[in-house]
Design a protein around this ligand. Structure first.
Ligand code: COI
Length: 377
């Protein structure tokens, strides 16, 4: 076992946490050869492991029946609240296989804390950090053979919670289901790690003041789909939203935060205004950049500043980040009255250096100096 791995042995309390989960193995596990073929080069989010973690909640008993069960369809009454009022939240995380075979995840407590904040905003029940981390650990240990190895490969983990009461009245559901599903993945974008083009939308907003923009709820992503289609109609791969009040300031992409690198070495990212998701990757990048001596400024960034900076050379790189996409260079920024190439359309050097540093930590190739990794198996 590597020194890095030895520093993060599961504590007995983690063993206690997963012991709460009743493992009910599938009677039809995927044959090993089929599994190996499935995880070799999967398209993002299309292949799923044999099991899922699950906990049920009702307003009388609280969280009950912690289990790992066969992955499969959910049976929903047509009146189930989530189908009507979108009372749903989720998270995105990854499990990484290190060279010695051990399996790790990245800052799960941060995802657990955000999940709790999202639950509060969507009037769903709070799930404890212990249940969140315990469920992920129990699922990954059950399906550990599904964790791929190799560059850009990981097991994407999708914890989510939905209102499961069959009731059409508009009030918080008295029943909820929490699940974790897992999907072996390669790069998020089909072209691999290469600069993407972004359409800056002035017609649609992702979120407004006092809305759900800082919660990770399905509705935010639903409202980003039409603008995403519009972006594609303009020949761009992703959409970037501006603030809903003035359509002046950069907010975020459909599912990623955004950073702007300046020629003087400083880096800017939109401040957390309440309508932006507080990305775990975002905060990790701020830390890594600060460690390197970069001045990182969180502020309201006018689109006009970025466009002027690209034109006069004071903005040298722009990149997007998120768990699924890690760090993705942006090579082109287009809108109704501009179309700018950034850094000659090539990936920026700081973008790729920070990407390499982050993925090296996640995959155990570099020291985990901030204690961000947690061993799962
Ligand atoms: C993630 O980066 O994990 C996300 O949740 C973004 C997207 C896949 C919805």
């Amino acid at each position: 076992m590597s020194t890095l791995a030895a520093q993060h042995q599961p504590s007995s309390s983690e063993e206690d946490l997963i012991a709460l989960f009743d493992v009910r193995p599938t009677d039809a596990p995927t044959p090993p050869a089929e599994r190996e073929a499935a995880i070799a080069a999967p398209k993002f989010g299309t292949v799923f492991t044999d099991h899922m973690a699950r906990i049920s909640w009702n307003s009388t008993d609280g969280w009950v029946d912690r289990r790992i069960e066969k992955y499969g369809p959910l049976l929903l009454d047509p009146a189930t609240a989530v189908l009507h009022y979108a009372q749903e939240i989720f998270e995105g995380m990854k499990a990484y296989r290190h060279a010695d075979g051990s399996v790790w995840t990245f800052r799960p407590e941060a995802n657990a804390a955000r999940f709790a904040r999202s639950a509060h905003r969507l009037a769903l029940p709070a799930l404890s950090v212990d249940d969140f981390v315990g469920s992920i650990t129990a699922l990954v240990r059950t399906d550990v053979d599904w964790v791929p190895s190799g560059d850009e490969a990981s097991l994407y983990l999708r914890p989510f919670m939905y209102a499961s009461e069959a009731f059409l009245g508009v009030r918080p559901s008295l029943e909820a289901e929490y699940l974790v599903i897992a999907s072996p993945v390669g790069p998020y974008f089909s072209g691999g790690v290469k600069p993407v083009s972004i359409w800056v939308d002035r017609e649609y907003s992702r979120a407004g003041a006092g809305g759900t923009g800082d919660a990770k709820c399905g509705g935010n992503y639903a409202s980003s789909l039409l603008p995403q289609v519009v972006a594609q109609q303009h020949g761009c791969e992703q959409v970037c939203f501006l603030d809903s009040g003035t359509r002046t300031f950069l907010e975020e992409l459909g599912g990623m935060n955004v950073f702007v690198v300046k020629a003087d070495g400083s880096v800017e990212t939109p401040e957390l205004s309440g309508s932006i998701l507080e990305g775990v990757t975002r905060s990790s990048i701020i830390r890594l950049l600060t460690d390197r001596g970069h001045d990182v400024v969180e502020r309201r960034i006018p689109l006009t500043d970025v466009l002027a900076g690209i034109r006069d050379g004071s903005v040298t790189e722009v990149f997007a980040c998120g768990t699924a996409a890690v760090i993705t260079p942006i090579g082109r920024l287009a809108g109704s009255d501009f179309d700018h190439t950034i850094g000659g359309g090539e990936a920026g050097s700081l973008t790729m250096a920070i990407r390499a540093e982050l993925t090296d930590i996640q995959t155990g190739r570099a020291a985990d100096r901030h204690g961000w990794l947690r061993r799962l198996a």
